[in-house]
Design a protein around this ligand. Structure first.
Ligand SMILES: Nc1ncnc2c1ncn2[C@@H]1O[C@H](COP(=O)(O)OP(=O)(O)OP(=O)(O)O)[C@@H](O)[C@H]1O
Length: 259
């Protein structure tokens, strides 16, 4: 369990584009936060900055008591599990081996290079597969599983890492509604039961409302809403999803009609 302190984060990419323009938020330890915002708002950039996959050009990130720097990236990443939209599994490897890769950040560089795992790693991977309900698929090739099952493997890999934080970047964007619901439920259960701080980027307002303790709305690299899911009324959604200032596009009109 760890709090995350995001302080005045700015990110300018090498081509000069400013994706984040001073984002601040304190995320409580053990909470479930959803980041909403239109395409290009900076959601992925923010998530990737939290665990140092992107280097912020301004501001600081603190996870637990530790400020993230170039010097402690390996240690930070060992505490932060990542879950991705396209799962990022090694297709030709078994489910179990994919989950075991979650242990690599805890092994020496030589151990990582040779995929040397200890008995405790195998036990943790097995426990993680029990949590996501996939023990019967442990020795199947990862690419033979359905999308929902592959995302469960992604979550098991994050769990095997014994993280204090899980960051999920659009974890249900490639899944059907039923699998999406299951994956969100699983992430929520992990947050509640294990006290792991969970931050999820989403495009589905309905899922955000149902599962999140707190919503951070990003638009054009700035926080435009920070509050409970119950505060997501149509005025707030318009603010989060407005394009070019206050213009609301057709896609948003449709979304608001169903939110
Ligand atoms: N490596 C990069 N170089 C330059 N610009 C980038 C780079 N990565 C992202 N961007 C730009 O930064 C902005 C924010 O991108 P980001 O992926 O964080 O948005 P997002 O809110 O996650 O969008 P989506 O919902 O479509 O995934 C976009 O305009 C994007 O084109």
């Amino acid at each position: 369990m760890a709090k995350i302190i995001i302080k005045d984060i700015g990110k300018r990419y090498a081509n000069g584009f400013e994706a984040l323009k001073g984002v601040s938020a304190e995320i409580a330890a053990g909470s479930f936060t959803v980041i909403l915002g239109p395409s290009g708002a900076g959601k992925s950039t923010l998530l990737r900055t939290i665990n140092g996959l992107e280097t912020a050009t301004a501001g600081t990130i603190q996870i637990g008591e530790q400020v993230v720097t170039q010097n402690n990236l390996r240690e930070v990443r060992s505490q932060v599990g990542m879950v991705f939209q396209h799962f990022n599994l090694v297709d030709r490897l078994s489910v179990m081996t994919n989950v075991l890769t979650g242990r690599l950040s805890h092994r020496s560089w030589l151990g990582s290079l040779l995929y040397l795992f200890r008995r405790t790693d195998l036990d943790l991977a097995h426990d993680a597969l029990i949590r996501v309900g996939l023990t019967d698929k442990a020795w199947n090739r990862a690419d033979k599983l359905s999308g929902g099952q592959q995302q469960r493997v992604g979550i098991a890999r994050a769990l095997a890492q014994q993280p204090r934080v899980i960051l999920a970047d659009e974890p249900v964007a490639s899944l059907d509604p039923v699998a999406s619901e299951e994956i969100m439920g699983l992430l929520r259960e992990i947050c509640t039961r294990d006290g792991i701080t969970v931050v999820v980027n989403l495009h589905q307002v309905e899922l955000a409302k149902r599962f999140a303790d707190r919503i951070i709305g990003l638009n054009d690299g700035l926080v435009v809403y920070d509050g409970p899911a119950s505060g997501l009324d149509s005025a707030t959604l318009s603010r989060i999803y407005s394009r070019n200032g206050d213009q609301v596009d057709e896609q948003l009109e449709t979304m608001l009609a169903y939110a």
